[in-house]
Design a binder for this molecule. Structure first.
Ligand code: AMP
Length: 219
């Protein structure tokens, strides 16, 4: 099974993609996480990506394609995969189609998570994460139990992503509207798009994701 999560930054794609991957036993492939990993390790790709990521811009298509190509070929992605944050523009969507076709694979369902912009900005600007394990928190909605200490791994650095600063969030939203949103139409035309209301709790949205997949015959 191949799924894609689509939607503006801050709609909960990552959270839902992780949950679905765990429940299905398939690979969660987040290009944002992979790029942040490359930045942290200081690889050539990471060095190239960092200034663009910090500014809320997309990194070059070829760089991301290479990462996705490698990752999708790993053993845990053989049974299935969930792409989170990829594709991000029409060129990447075409690259992905070609990549999968070459392997006799396909995307079964694209889940577009929808959320009003006035909900997104406070969600993102309050988001914090553990530098050690990547667990995600929110300053008011979901703070760690012990302030400054990660619930999951005990890590002591709970930080804001550089691109979650309010001035960068606006740029990311603009990039989304201009480059990524057209993909909704693209996948709709391919008959594989389902829309999911992103409001409410994580559990509520997970239930809607499951219902949407059942309804689409892609569960
Ligand atoms: P995300 O964690 O998905 O919000 O991604 C964080 C940042 O990583 C984005 O703002 C981009 O700079 C970069 N990035 C992630 N995925 C892609 C992609 N598919 N294409 C280009 N840049 C990406």
């Amino acid at each position: 099974m191949g799924y894609v999560f689509l939607g503006p930054p801050g709609v909960g794609k990552g959270t839902q993609a992780k949950r679905l991957a765990a429940s299905r036993g398939i690979a969660h492939i987040s290009t944002g996480d992979m790029l942040r990993g490359a930045v942290k390790r200081g690889t050539p790709a990471g060095l190239k990506a960092k200034p663009l990521m910090d500014a809320g811009q997309l990194v070059p298509d070829a760089l991301v394609l290479e990462m996705v190509d490698d990752r999708i070929g790993e053993p845990d992605a053989r049974e299935g995969f969930i792409l989170d944050g990829y594709p991000r523009n029409p060129k990447q969507a075409a690259d992905l189609d070609a990549l999968l076709e070459g392997e006799g694979r396909a995307i079964d369902c694209v889940l577009a998570i929808e959320l009003p912009v006035e909900v997104i900005v406070p969600r993102l600007s309050g988001r914090r994460s553990c530098t050690k394990c990547g667990a995600v928190y929110h300053v008011t909605a979901h703070p760690p139990k012990v302030p400054g200490t990660c619930d999951a791994c005990g890590g002591q650095e709970i930080v804001q992503r550089p691109d979650d600063r309010e001035e960068v969030i606006r740029d990311r939203m603009r990039v989304y509207a201009e480059k990524t949103e057209p993909l909704i139409r693209y996948y709709e035309e391919h008959g594989i798009l389902v829309r999911v209301d992103g409001r409410g709790s994580v559990d509520e949205v997970s239930t809607r994701v499951e219902e949407a997949l059942q309804g689409a015959g892609a569960a």
